[in-house]
Structure formats: structure tokens, C-alpha cells
Design a protein around this ligand. Structure first.
Ligand code: FNR
Length: 181
């Protein structure tokens, strides 16, 4: 079974992106053994620390390196990438030549409360991931908008159509990962 590392760009308890990530884990359990990586203890990037990485950063890099694929689940903050996720992307790209994104099969998705559906944040993330050599699967794009009833009381996505679409998205990532292996 393929191993999938999931990085969620929101630390808050009731994050809709965390809920989306948990749904993706469940929907994709026939395709991936998935894990949401811990990001709340990752310090702000400081190039002075590259030679002796802080333990949480070393852990995160090891987890990404061990995964067959990675999935970024991003909110959008002020038409941009949330700092939690950009920080993780930057740390895992360093030190130069020892990053863990190179050739990693990856996908990006996200959900927001506005009709923009995280499109701008995702576009910016894709630019950063391209320069670090990640192998992004870019189709289908997943721009979700949270409306009343999108999640039920247990945090599950209610619409079958959306669940099927998301399973198809994960299937594309799994096929892409197998192809690159
Ligand atoms: C937002 N939000 C937001 N939404 C959006 O679609 N485009 C945006 O540019 C922004 N900007 C923004 C800035 C900041 C600082 C916050 C806190 C929020 C709203 C955002 O979509 C909403 O709060 C989501 O619930 C955030 O995701 P999580 O934390 O629920 O996963």
C-alpha cells in the first residue's frame, strides 16, 4: 500500500481543512496508508539552524522522505498561502541539495469559506513546489467552498457527488505515484 504524508495548513481545532484531510484519509483508505503530519511544533524557518535542524523539523523531513507521496491541504489567508504551510515547505526544501520534495509525487487541495475556494493559495503553493522539484499532479483541481451542511455533525462530507469526486482525485494521485515509482 502506498504511504501518503498529509500536511494541513491550519492548526486550529475546528479547521475545515483538517476535516477535509480526515475525509480524504477515509475516502482513500483503499489507495493509501495516510498520516497527517504534526506541524504545530515546527519553529519559524531560520537559515542559521540548517546545519543542525531542530528535532521537529528533522522528524517532519524524515516523515515526508519516507512517504511515497504527499498531499497539501491548504486554507487561504489574505489571498495567499498560510504561514504554517509555507514554513513547512521551506524547511523541507533545505539545506540546499538535501531537501525532501525532489521528485515527490504530490497534490494540493483546499477548502475555504469564500467562493475563491483557496485557488490563489493553491496557485502560489504550486509555484513554490515546482521550484523544489516536486512532481505535482494538477488535475483535477480541488477548490472547495464550505457552505451550510457541507460537513455533518461528525465532520463527514455529506454530498455523495463530492465524496466521489474526491475519491477520483485521490485515485489520480495514486496512479501518478505508481507511474513515477
Ligand atoms: C481568511 N479566510 C479567507 N478565505 C478565503 O477564501 N480567501 C482569503 O483570502 C481568506 N483570508 C483569510 C485570512 C485570515 C487571516 C483568516 C484567519 C481567514 C477565511 C478562511 O477561508 C476560513 O477562516 C477558513 O475556515 C480557514 O481554514 P481552516 O482554519 O478552517 O482550515
Amino acid at each position: 500500500m502506498l504511504k501518503l504524508a498529509i500536511l494541513v495548513g491550519s492548526l486550529r481545532k475546528d479547521s475545515i481543512n483538517k476535516k477535509l484531510a480526515l475525509n480524504l484519509m477515509e475516502l482513500g483508505k483503499n489507495l493509501f496508508q495516510s498520516e497527517i503530519l504534526r506541524l504545530d511544533d515546527i519553529p519559524m524557518f531560520n537559515q542559521d539552524l540548517e546545519a543542525d535542524l531542530p528535532a521537529p523539523v528533522a522528524r517532519m523531513k524524515k516523515e515526508i522522505a519516507a512517504a511515497d507521496a504527499a498531499l497539501l491541504v491548504t486554507p487561504e489567508y489574505n489571498r495567499s498561502v498560510p504561514p504554517v504551510l509555507k514554513n513547512a515547505v521551506d524547511w523541507a526544501s533545505r539545506p540546499y541539495g538535501a531537501g525532501v520534495w525532489l521528485n515527490k509525487p504530490m497534490a494540493v487541495c483546499g477548502i475555504s469559506g469564500s467562493p475563491v475556494g483557496t485557488a490563489v493559495a493553491q496557485s502560489q503553493l504550486r509555484s513554490a513546489l515546482a521550484i523544489v522539484g516536486a512532481r505535482l499532479v494538477c488535475f483535477p483541481e480541488v477548490y472547495l467552498v464550505e457552505s451550510a451542511g457541507f460537513f455533518d455533525d461528525k465532520g463527514e462530507i455529506t454530498a455523495d457527488r463530492t465524496r466521489q469526486f474526491l475519491h477520483g482525485f485521490l485515485q489520480c494521485l495514486a496512479d501518478w505515484t505508481q507511474k513515477l515509482k
